[in-house]
Ligand binder design. Structure first.
Ligand code: IDP
Ligand code: MG
Length: 162
């Protein structure tokens, strides 16, 4: 009965999940949403959003010293992202499990990155790593952003690019 007791003590949390520009361009938004819906989490916020450079740098500020940081900022600001808040018991850790390891080649099959990606720099989705960061990230990208204008999705342009 111990696992049940521990589970019942777990908190209802909100986590921030973001489909990154590659996921939006590849048409994987529905796939990502579907996995969180099927798991049983509740979608409480959703927004298509073009992340400004300053916000991307704030979002990934812990990685500032890394050699891949400039590339990461270019990646995240390269097109619209889909920002979501998902609510549920233990949502933060569970979302990280559904998403899988940072390196898609090491991510287990059955996870989003394990099934849908091959490159660390194109790993489709972001998930908060703690409840505190969940709150913070939801705040700055969704709730605090007043601009609700719809940005153009590069998917429409994809055929013109090649
Ligand atoms: P996470 O997204 O699994 O939480 P973090 O370590 O927080 O992983 O890194 C944030 C993002 O930075 C990753 O999702 C990935 O896109 C990118 N990244 C992390 N490590 C590397 C790397 O070694 N090379 C290239 N990109 C990386
Ligand atoms: Mg992280």
């Amino acid at each position: 009965f111990l696992p049940h007791l521990i589970a019942s003590m777990e908190q209802v949390e909100e986590t921030y999940v973001m489909v990154k520009p590659d996921g939006v361009q590849r048409g994987l938004v529905g796939e990502v949403i579907s996995r969180f819906e099927k798991k049983g989490f509740k979608l409480t916020a959703l927004k298509l959003f073009q992340c400004p450079k300053e916000l991307a740098e704030e979002h990934y500020k812990d990685l500032k010293s890394k050699s891949f940081f400039p590339k990461l900022i270019n990646y995240i600001t390269s097109g619209p992202v889909v920002c979501m808040a998902w609510e549920g018991v233990g949502a933060v850790a569970s979302a990280r499990k559904l998403i899988g390891a940072t390196n898609p080649l090491q991510a287990e099959p059955g996870t989003i990155r394990g099934d849908l990606a091959v490159q660390m720099g194109r790993n489709v989705v972001h998930g908060s790593d703690s409840p505190e960061n969940g709150k913070r990230e939801i705040g700055w990208t969704y709730k605090m952003t007043q601009d609700t204008s719809i940005v153009e999705v590069p998917c429409r342009l994809r055929t013109q690019r090649h």
